[in-house]
Ligand binder design. Structure first.
Ligand code: BES
Ligand code: ZN
Ligand code: MN
Length: 524
């Protein structure tokens, strides 16, 4: 049975804390590895025996490294887990990674004490987030005895259960500042953010047949009901608009993609309107629940991971719920357009012209450039309320994945200010982004249709990610806007590393929440 990890923050000695395992950081130095300051007592308990022990186990202290050894009573805990911190033990990125590695290193410990660098609220958050995120596995579709080849019964499991984690664990975060109010606040907030990331991962990992647009909207509604139930719960508004309502609203872009599937499209709108809001942020997330490429069908191998094409919507929704849980005094309106991009007799064709929300017409040219059609409508809706900032997040183009790899996302936008807001937030969140331009020539390209206002795609291979951004910009009414292209970042197709498991990564959630916090700080 998957359980939930519960966390406690306290001061205390790592050598004398009673738990199944104690986690210590190892710092890389030119003179060889040494234990991190937070684990100094463990080092003292071992005394002169430690150095040769580390040497014979090949411990170097480099990031990602993990070694587990029995302590034979040298310290209270029977197991010592040594995780590499790299050269700088105050780097929150390294600490988050190391805590994630630690979570996977002792999969069956019922209790664990984390003696990692946690001398500041920021580091307390990194340890907590890293551990919670690193321990995630997606087991809903695994039968209890996989070796027997039993069929999964998970398909019928509700999607609104607790996010998947390993067996229940009691984790103690040891910190010298545990009694400080700012450290406690950072510790609590880190759990809110990390659980939002897990929620996002669960949605992205869910098979596409079980997460069609109506089912995705249901799953968001269930999570919303969970969030808002009980006294003192945050008051978040939700509307789920169906295909008829979308037609009335003139959302031709969402409908043109959605018409290809027997599962109709949806648009989920969330509103968080705290009384003392200092600014209004609009979030828009691409929710293509499966992207076959439509009539411009994808090659088989490119289609393989396209259940993750709703990761932008999942991130925007999960971040919104986290922002509300944190009680941030920021008005947030979130749009999650959802559609399935399929091949059928009711698919839109190249050459069709679509009228978007607001009346802009678009000539279709490539049915695999479907994301911008959903986002165009949703951005047009978002800017009608004149928010102070619009941020969209989308697995939009393979071009950006080719340019930046799968660990760095692209950020484009209305100007430098919007880009640097995102860059600062993403650096603090440990989710790297890189700025990309929207060159002047793109305006000409996106307006080059001979029959409509805009051309959806021009089949020029170069700069496809920038073209997509220029296309989206047409729907932002000149408001401050940032566009996050997370294609490839949403899914880790390799093995786990740091706090990132195999499969869905939850990329973007932490950045969006941090951006909201930064906006609050900026405006207060
Ligand atoms: N969903 C894809 C983009 C994508 C690629 C996401 C790789 C995740 C990993 C998107 O809808 C798409 O198909 N984009 C096209 C854009 C092109 C038609 C301008 C692409 O990547 O080729
Ligand atoms: Zn797509
Ligand atoms: Mn596509």
């Amino acid at each position: 049975m998957p359980g939930v990890t519960s966390y406690t923050l306290r001061t205390g000695s790592p050598a004398r804390t009673r738990s199944d395992a104690v986690v210590a950081g190892v710092v890389w130095t030119p003179q060889g590895p040494r234990l991190g300051e937070a684990a100094a007592e463990v080092g003292e308990a071992y005394g002169r025996k430690l150095r040769p022990l580390l040497a014979s186990m090949g411990v170097t202290g480099k990031a990602g490294e993990a070694v587990t050894l029995p302590t034979n009573g040298v310290v209270k805990a029977p197991l010592l887990v040594l995780v590499g911190l790299g050269p700088d033990e105050t780097d929150h990125v390294a600490v988050r990674r190391a805590a994630g590695v630690a979570a996977r290193s002792v999969p069956n410990a019922a209790s664990v004490a984390l003696a990692l660098p946690a001398g500041t609220p920021e580091l307390v958050a990194a340890v907590t987030e890293g551990h919670l995120l690193g321990g995630y596995t997606f087991t809903r579709y695994k039968s209890a005895k996989p070796s027997k080849g039993a069929r999964s019964s998970g398909k019928d499991a509700p999607l609104d259960t607790e996010p998947t984690t390993k067996d229940a664990v009691d984790a103690v975060v040891l910190s010298p500042v545990a009694r400080r109010a700012d450290a406690v606040a950072a510790f609590e907030a880190a759990q809110v953010v990390a659980r939002a990331v897990l929620q996002c991962r669960d949605w992205v990992n869910t098979p596409p047949g079980d997460l069609t647009p109506p089912l995705f909207a249901d799953a968001v509604s269930s999570a919303h009901a969970e969030l808002t139930k009980g006294r003192g719960a945050p008051k978040v508004g939700i509307e789920v608009l169906d295909e008829d309502q979308l037609a009335e609203m003139g959302c031709g872009g969402i409908l043109s993609v959605g018409s290809s599937s027997v599962a109709p499209p949806r648009l989920v709108r969330l509103t968080w309107e705290p009384p003392a809001a200092v600014a209004h942020l609009a979030l828009v997330g691409k929710g293509v629940t499966f992207d076959s490429g439509g009539l411009t069908i994808k090659p088989s191998s490119s289609m393989l991971h396209m259940k993750g094409d709703m990761a932008g919507a999942a991130a925007a929704v999960a971040a919104t719920f986290a922002i509300a849980r944190l009680g941030l005094p920021l008005r947030v309106t979130t749009y999650a357009p959802m559609a399935e991009n399929m091949v059928s007799g009711t698919s839109s064709r190249p050459g069709d012209v679509v009228t978007m929300r607001g009346g802009t017409t678009v000539e279709l040219a490539n049915l695999d450039a479907e994301g911008r059609m959903l986002l165009g409508d949703a951005l047009a809706l978002a800017v009608e309320q004149r928010p102070d900032l619009v941020v969209d997040i989308a697995t939009l183009t393979g071009h950006m994945q080719v340019a930046l790899g799968d660990k760095v996302a692209a950020v484009m936008g209305s100007d430098d200010a919007q880009r640097s807001l995102v860059l600062d937030a993403s650096a603090a969140a440990g989710e790297p982004h890189w700025p990309m331009p929207i060159p002047e020539e793109m305006t000409e390209r996106v307006t080059s249709s001979k029959v409509a206002d805009l051309l959806q795609h021009d089949w020029v291979r170069w700069g496809g990610g920038l073209y997509a951004a220029a296309f989206l910009r047409e729907f932002t009414a000149g408001l401050p806007w940032a566009h996050l292209d997370i294609a490839g970042n949403e899914m880790n197709t390799g093995g786990p590393y740091g706090h990132v498991p195999a499969g869905a990564t939850g990329f973007g959630v932490a950045t969006l929440v941090q951006l909201a916090r930064d906006l609050v700080a900026l405006r207060s």
